[in-house]
Design a protein around this ligand. Sequence first.
Ligand code: NAP
Length: 256
Amino acid sequence: MFTFTPAENYLDNKTILITGASDGIGKTTALTLARFGANLILLGRDQEKLEGVYDEIEAISPGKAVIHPMDFANASFEDYKTLASSLDEHFPQLDGLIHNAALLGARTPIEFYPEQEWDRLMQVNVNAPFYLTKVLLPALTRSDDARVLFISSSVGRQGRAHWGGYAVSKFALEGLMQTLADEVCNTTSIKINSLNPGGTRTAMRRAAYPAEDPSTQPAADELMPVYHYLFSAQGGHIHGQALNARDFDPSEFQAK
Ligand code: NAP
C-alpha cells in the first residue's frame, strides 16, 4: 500500500462533500479528513447513522461537520438544486467532492437482471453523481484548487460476468469522470479523477463475497494515504486519471 504523511491541518478552511458518509469507506474518509482540518458535508440516506458520524467528528474537531440525509434512490433533480442552494448560503465555495455512495445490487446474468433494480442502481450510482456534480460545479469553480473524486471499481474498467448493473454503473462513472475532466481542464483549476479502492473490509464487500474471511481484506483506513495525497497540494498534478488505490504511484503522472 502507498504511504504518505500529509502536513498537519492541510485541509484547514477547505470544505469537502462526501456521499455515502454513513458507513464503510465513506465514513472512514470523513473521519480522516476531519482530523486534518476539513469542513465536511456528509450525505447519506440514514439520518441516524449520519448523526453517529457527526458525533464522532464533533469529538475530533467541533463545528466542522454538517449532515444532509438524502436517499439518492428517490431524490429528484429539484432536491439536488435545493441542496446546492442551501449549501451556497453556508459554504460559498466547495474544495472537494467525493462521489462514494453506491449500491451493489443483484449479481446475476444480464438476461435475468431485474429491471427495477437496474433502474434503482443507475439512479443511485450514476444519476446521483451526475446531478450532484451539475449543481455543485459553480461552488467547485469558486475554489482555486478543488478536487473531485469518483469512487469506482475494478469491474468499472473490465466487465465481469454477473456483476450486472454495478459494473455498468461504474463504467458510466468512469465516462462521466473522463468527459468532465476534459471539459474543465482549460477553464477551471478543478482536478477530477476516479479511484478504485480495491477489495476493502466493508458491508458491501461482505455482501459481494459472503464466504470470504473479512480479515483478508484491508480496512478502509489503509486507503487513506491515497486520499490524502489526492486532496493535498502534492496531488494537484493528477487529473483525468482512472487510479487504483492498491498500486497507486503518483510518480506515474507528470508533475506540472
Ligand atoms: P458500503 O459500506 O455499502 O457503504 C456505502 C455507502 O453508500 C453507505 O454510506 C450507504 O448508506 C450509502 N448509500 C447506499 N445507497 C444509498 C442511497 N440510496 N442514497 C444515499 N446513500 C446511499 O460500501 P463501501 O464498501 O464503503 O463502498 C464505498 C465505495 O467504494 C462505493 O462506491 C463502492 O462501489 C466502492 N468500492 C468498494 C469496494 C469494497 O471492497 N468495499 C471495492 C471496490 C469499490 P447506508 O449507510 O444507509 O447503507
